[in-house]
Design a protein around this ligand. Structure first.
Ligand code: GUN
Ligand code: ZN
Length: 417
């Protein structure tokens, strides 16, 4: 990982402002300062002439690095295990893979490959589930720090209904989560964040969820979990918590629903639940490739949008088979008619909003971190920069990530010389 340096990137530039607004320059520039921040952005005619070296990216696009709002580190090697519904898939494939993280050296080796895969796919920021293991999660944070990526991560919490080597008493899990927060929250110059990470309701006791909610609010930490992914899971939750009106209420009654909470999937939710998510300031990580792969159902995008919930995208590796946000965005687009502008927004700024890191990343704007991806579209791509980005999404295999930068440092690939 190189040091950030003052440089002037020249090429076609795209930066989302909102769901329906994008800043676009056919021949544009992004000036990066010595601290790895965006110093200015605009049309090449207005580029400063006293800046550092000029790096011309040719036909490639310059856009904010992608944000994967929901992904599982230990599941990189259990991708594409097809044919089972969620609960059986977890038992048969996921839990054995996660149990191997009792060995911190295994965790370190997998984490190296995992963070490399994120960067190689143009991802600058991710919301990551580790495993229940404290030492393995420390290792994962060490690797994340060295990777140069911006990472929100948590140790998974489970205290019931999982194999004995993957559960622990609620107070021990919370104490370990707080130890991780003490060490890693805001570390690596603010690139790392910790999240309280109860896996989902079926593997949580009421005590664990209450404890988790208290810890998150007292320590001001982010929360990430799963919500209403499959009907069978929703049914289990209603049996475990018969006094709660719905799945979301189980979390809400225990202080886990708020401005810094991200809920993965949220497929089988009522309009009322979407309205409560929106009014609480919570976000959804929509995982369309995972939803298709596990047969979870189709995310009711129009309903969630009507409620005005923040919606980022997640690969949900390993239920999602591929890391590429372009692949996830293509499946997202097939949910409904999506404007090109929205596709760019969902893959970048919306994910940053979902993970509460939009003060740092998600768009190319003065004083934001220079987190960007240089993306080479298919050779015959045409149209304006946004149209060429859309062709990257729908022709993903013909698209190449040239380089991924976080805070002005190259974390994957190489910039042209
Ligand atoms: N629900 C609880 N745990 C998981 C997981 O690891 N993957 C997915 N897709 N859903 C979950
Ligand atoms: Zn998940």
């Amino acid at each position: 990982m190189s040091r950030p340096r003052d440089m002037l990137l020249r090429g076609a530039v795209l930066s989302p402002h909102a769901i329906d607004r994008v800043e676009s320059y056919e021949d544009g520039f992004v000036r990066i300062d010595d601290d790895g921040r965006v110093a200015s952005i605009g049309d090449w005619h207005d580029a400063p002439n006293d800046a550092g070296p000029i790096v011309h990216v040719g036909d490639a696009l310059i856009l904010p690095a992608f944000v994967d709002a929901h992904v599982h580190l230990p599941q990189i090697d259990v991708r594409a295990r097809y044919g089972l519904p969620l609960m059986a898939w977890l038992e048969q494939h996921v839990f054995p893979a996660e149990a191997a993280f009792a060995d911190p050296e295994h965790a370190e080796r997998v984490a190296e490959r995992f963070f490399h895969a994120l960067a190689a796919n143009g991802i600058g920021t991710a919301g990551v589930f580790a495993t229940v293991h404290l030492e393995a999660t420390h290792k994962a944070f060490e690797v994340a720090a060295n990777s140069g990526l911006r990472i929100v991560m948590g140790k998974v919490l489970m205290d019931v209904n999982a194999p004995p080597d993957l559960i622990e008493p609620a107070d021990r899990g919370i104490a370990a989560s707080l130890e991780l927060a003490e060490r890693w929250e805001g570390a690596a110059g603010g690139r790392l964040h910790t999240a309280i990470t109860p896996r989902f309701v079926p593997t949580s006791s009421a005590e664990l969820l209450s404890h988790a909610g208290r810890a998150a609010s007292q320590a001001g930490l982010r929360v990430q979990t799963h919500l209403a992914e499959q009907p069978e899971e929703v049914e289990i939750v209603s049996r475990l918590f018969p006094d709660s009106t719905d799945y979301l209420a189980v979390y809400d009654e225990r202080g886990l629903v708020g401005e810094r909470s991200v809920f993965a999937h949220a497929i089988h939710c009522t309009d009322d639940a979407f309205a409560r998510l929106a009014s609480s300031g919570s976000a959804i990580a929509c995982c369309p490739t995972s939803n298709a792969f596990l047969g979870s159902g189709s995310f009711p995008l129009q309903h969630a949008k009507r409620a005005d919930v923040t919606i980022g995208i997640g690969s949900d590796v390993g239920a999602g088979p591929l890391f590429s946000p372009l692949d996830v965005l293509r499946h997202f687009a097939y949910l409904d008619h999506i404007e090109p502008c929205e596709l760019l927004y969902r893959g970048t700024l919306a994910g940053a909003e979902a993970l509460s890191v939009d003060h740092q990343t998600g768009r190319l704007a003065v004083d934001k971190a220079a987190d960007l991806v240089v993306l080479e579209p298919p050779a015959d791509a045409s149209g304006d920069p946004l149209q060429r980005f859309v062709q990257c999404v729908f022709r993903n295999p013909e698209t190449r990530v040239v380089a991924t930068l976080v805070e002005g440092r190259v974390v994957f690939g190489r910039l042209p010389t």
